[in-house]
Write a protein that binds this ligand. Structure first.
Ligand SMILES: [Zn+2]
Length: 307
């Protein structure tokens, strides 16, 4: 059993979050949170839940590399079950769908009946659907199909009020990956990159104003096309979410409890007894300066102290 002494919990959702310093006792899970034995508020560091990135591509697991084996192509509504059985047999936790915009790409786009067959079949299997969608039209197509999560954020034009209302009313989650949109804009759009980013951030702002749930994700990957570094990019994403209008607490929630809730990770994302011990200890107050989170004094992952 290990104890973090005299820390203040910063967990936007935790009932134990308070200004009074506590001691956090843990092994691989948090076993007790109690008032600090020798409270010294002036020296108390801040502890927050470990951050969750909702969109990454891992290099070390072949199965998660970008790339599309033949079986991943769905030829029509009748082919959805074959695809879903194949994914289920591989033990997936969710279904990723690429929703192209027929007007914006030469790549053949899945039609709405096919998208709906995939979403319905996934739901029957208890699997979430996450849709890659980078234009306003593909966002609408994702909503037509009823996907659970839209990832990326359009930078071709502002999202319409109708689209924003549909996202809010259906409870569709959005993981905008603004760091990836920046990387794509820089790679593809040259002098128009800054304007595209302004549009992308404006779309996230409009979603926040409308009451949509935004979770933090980066699309971290190591491809040469638009590399996004694992780890530091999540801190950049939180900075973009603040630019889009989130408070520091809301940005932290987008990468902790909201991200955990979005993907059914009930064992993490909060600092409560029984939760997995994923913690970040920082000096300073992340609510007044979010950047302190990117240089933690200590990191605990699954109970292991790493820094
Ligand atoms: Zn991705």
């Amino acid at each position: 059993m290990t104890v973090l002494h005299n820390v203040r919990i910063l967990d936007p959702d935790s009932p134990t979050s308070s200004a009074a310093p506590v001691d956090v006792e843990f092994s691989d899970t948090i076993t007790a949170i109690r008032p600090a034995a020798g409270p010294d508020p002036s020296s108390a560091a801040t502890v927050l839940p470990g951050l969750i990135d909702t969109h990454v591509h891992l290099k070390s697991r072949d199965a998660l590399l970008m790339g599309f084996p033949t079986e991943s192509g769905v030829t029509g509504p009748d082919d959805a079950e074959r695809f879903l059985d194949w994914r289920t047999d591989n033990g997936v936790d969710l279904i990723k769908i690429i929703i192209e915009d027929p007007d914006a790409t030469e790549t053949p786009a899945l039609d709405i009946p096919t998208l709906q067959a995939i979403v319905d079949g996934a739901r029957k299997r208890g699997l979430l659907t996450v849709a890659h969608a980078v234009t306003t039209a593909s966002f609408d197509r994702g909503l037509d199909a009823g996907v659970d999560v839209l990832t990326h954020i359009p930078f071709d034009r502002p999202l319409s009020e109708a689209t924003i209302s549909r996202i809010v009313e259906s409870g569709t989650l959005v993981s905008p990956t603004l760091v990836m949109m920046r990387a794509i804009a820089d790679t593809r759009l040259g002098e128009h990159a800054d304007a595209a980013m302004e549009l992308a951030i404006g779309n996230v702002s409009a979603l926040l104003d409308g009451g949509a749930t935004i979770v933090a994700g980066t699309d971290a990957n190591e491809t040469p096309f638009a590399p996004v570094p694992h780890g530091p990019s999540l801190h950049s994403e939180l900075g973009y979410l603040v630019q889009a209008g989130m408070t520091g607490a809301e940005a932290i929630r987008a990468a902790t409890s909201a991200a955990a809730d979005a993907f059914g990770l009930s064992d993490r994302g909060r600092i409560v007894e029984g939760a997995r011990t994923d913690l970040i200890v920082v000096d300073g107050d992340p609510l007044t300066d979010l950047s302190v989170v990117s240089s933690p004094a200590e990191v605990v992952v699954g109970g292991r102290r790493l820094v």
